[in-house]
Design a binder for this molecule. Structure first.
Ligand code: C2E
Ligand code: MG
Ligand code: MG
Length: 597
């Protein structure tokens, strides 16, 4: 038992005495002990828990806190006591913070998981999350606030890192497609709100695949990094450049005042990309093709702006690469046409939609039909008749020209033998080849098979190739062409004069025939320049012992001129248009060479 003893000394009957009283305080003592233990428990919890803890008064002045809170904020003990909460909150957040405290005061309800970004004295930010509770007195009146929370900086940073990885391209560190999409959507909204224009520029590298294939992927990666770096340096900080994947980049230019401004950016981009880069000890040079769409003219949403810039970029490729094109209705029409050609071309062969028309070649000396050129015709159920000029480039790009060309070769040879079987004189069959066929590994086999299966003599087959095809990779081409020559097949250079080769270069190729391009013949004898060129080509062709053929002869005058200048053969509408096999057989049967007339 605990007692409280009170003793008072008094004088009693002349002597000293004491009066004593005892109060049993066992109960009180037990209460005190409980209080002490509670204090200690509370202290241990506050100091040892992993959470941050603080208390403020109603004016948000810090009254109490634990060590974690102190350390987290980076202030000294002296500074923190009495400091207002606003002091370590970002300026722009003070309103929100005030509102939260106010709401708790008004409702008396606590608020959980409030994010607080604390600015430390060293300038760094500590991210935290707090639950705030009202602090009440005995009557329930709110005296201040308590906060329990924790540091979420680490989590926030890894969230940011994940966010960064999700929105950036790891190779070049540029924003990726996802982020570009977000930025573009914001920009479109801003452009519409403020009635401004913006430009989207699609960029595709022109010879990237070659570099990747010949120097390897690592070199390809380095090149992409170099291009990314240059683009970033060349553009203003406010412009966005992102990598969409592969060798495709996209640029966003906001606040466009006039198109010339965008054209200038495009020109700058072209000139910065083309500068040589040294990669793995090799100097490489790439070019780019750019397509531009403008908001609002070419689209009001992400999808149409991106699609139209892409269409314009394809057009830039078709226009010879290393250039930029603005999107237009005209370009769109061409691209739709191209797309539908491509879609329909894929089944054209198996659906037997192709046929060959045959155009005669006339020999000037004898007046006889000595040769014939099979020309491909496509009658598409969906598109109607499509000209070779429209579909051959698509067939080449898609690689479809290889099976199509194989079919042409086989059909032409079979036809040739069929005419001979009808008792008609043998004619040389001049089949057009495309670059894709020439670089295809199956070409030699295809020629062999066509000859063997049809039974046509190899010297009746002539293959027409163009200058640009052989100039592409002369050493390799000479090998392929020599193999063809060894089979006894003849070779012709088609459309001569339109490429960049000279006769001196042609000399190195094992060719037999030179076909002067139609564009020169068109203006002879009227245009003196074309006349001179044609004369020179004929003369030089003769010195190299080549058979010279004039293409596109449409008039008597042209024919006379060519005959006069000792051209060997001619081909053109004047003598015969390309015609179906039966008509050609009739022509061959009824034609009387002038020598026999
Ligand atoms: P090309 O080999 O130079 O064929 C001659 C083109 O000129 C043909 O056009 C022919 O119809 C046209 N032509 C002939 N004489 C005249 C004339 O007097 N006046 C005019 N204005 N034109 C004339 P086509 O049939 O449209 O073929 C165009 C091109 O398509 C050909 O030019 C050739 O490069 C390509 N081509 C045609 N068939 C094939 C093929 O089977 N394979 C490949 N790879 N290309 C082909
Ligand atoms: Mg030809
Ligand atoms: Mg030609």
């Amino acid at each position: 038992m605990w007692v409280l003893e009170m003793l008072t000394s008094i004088t009693h009957k002349g002597g000293r005495a004491s009066i004593g009283s005892f109060i049993n305080i066992t109960e009180r003592k037990a209460m005190e002990e409980r209080l002490r233990q509670s204090e200690e428990r509370y202290h241990t919890i506050i100091e040892e828990m992993e959470e941050w803890y603080f208390e403020t008064d109603l004016a948000d002045n810090i009254l109490f806190y634990n060590d974690l809170f102190l350390n987290g904020l980076g202030h000294s003990h002296k500074e923190l006591t009495g400091m207002n909460f606003q002091h370590f909150i970002k300026q722009e957040d003070t309103d929100t913070v005030y509102k939260i405290f106010h709401q708790i005061y008004e409702t008396g309800e606590s608020i959980r998981n409030v994010p607080y970004d604390f600015v430390r004295p060293d300038g760094n930010t500590t991210f935290s999350e707090f639950s705030i509770f009202p602090d009440r007195d005995r009557e329930g009146k709110i005296l201040g606030f308590r906060g329990v929370g924790h540091d979420i900086t680490e989590r926030k940073r890894s969230e940011e890192r994940i966010q960064y990885l999700a929105t950036h391209d790891t190779l070049t560190d540029l924003p990726n497609r996802l982020m570009f999409s977000q930025l573009l959507n914001h920009a479109i909204q801003a452009a519409q709100r403020y009635k401004r224009q913006l430009a989207v520029i699609f960029l595709d590298l022109d010879r990237f695949k070659i570099i990747n294939d010949t120097l390897g992927h690592e070199a390809g990666d380095q090149l992409l990094q170099a291009v990314a770096m240059r683009l970033k340096q060349k553009l203003r900080a406010v412009d966005v450049v992102a990598r969409l994947g592969g060798d495709e980049f996209v640029i966003l230019i906001e606040e466009v005042n006039d198109l010339e401004q965008v054209a200038t950016v495009a020109r700058n981009v072209l000139s910065t990309v083309i500068k040589p880069v040294t990669i793995m000890g090799q100097e490489c040079r790439v070019t780019a093709s750019l397509g531009i769409s403008i908001c609002p003219e070419d689209g009001l949403d992400e999808q149409s702006l991106m699609k139209n810039a892409d269409i314009a970029m394809y057009f830039a490729k078709e226009e010879g690469k290393n250039n930029y094109q603005f999107y237009s209705e005209n370009i769109k029409a061409k691209s739709i046409e191209r797309l539908s050609i491509e879609a329909n071309l894929r089944q054209a062969l198996e659906r037997k939609e192709f046929s060959l028309h045959y155009q005669a070649k006339l020999d000037f000396k004898t007046g006889a039909i000595t040769g014939v050129e099979p020309l491909l015709r496509w009658q598409s159920p969906a598109l109607g008749s499509v000209t070779p000029l429209q579909f051959i480039p698509v067939a080449e790009e898609t690689g479809l020209i290889v099976p199509i060309g194989r079919w042409v070769l086989r059909t032409a040879c079979t036809q040739n033998v069929a005419w001979q079987r009808q008792g008609l004189p043998p004619v040389c069959m001049a089949v057009n080849l495309s670059i894709r066929q020439l670089t295809d590994t199956t070409l030699i086999e295809d020629i062999e098979a066509a000859l063997e299966d049809s039974g046509m003599a190899p010297n009746l087959l002539e293959l027409e190739i163009t200058e640009s095809m052989v100039m592409h990779n002369p050493a390799r081409m000479i090998k392929v062409l020599s193999k063809i020559k060894d089979m006894g097949v003849r070779l012709a250079i088609d459309d001569f004069g339109t490429g960049y080769s000279s006769l001196a270069q042609i000399k190195h190729f094992p060719v037999d025939t030179l076909k002067v391009d139609r564009s020169f013949i068109l203006n002879v004898p009227g245009n003196s320049e074309d006349k001179a060129i044609t004369e020179a080509i004929i003369a030089m062709g003769k010195t190299l012992s080549l058979t010279v053929v004039a293409e596109g002869v449409e008039t008597q005058e042209q024919q006379d001129f060519l005959e006069e200048h000792a051209c060997d053969q001619m081909q053109g509408f004047y003598f015969s248009k390309p015609i179906v096999p039966e008509q050609f057989a009739d022509l061959l049967r009824t034609h009387v060479p002038k020598k026999q007339r």
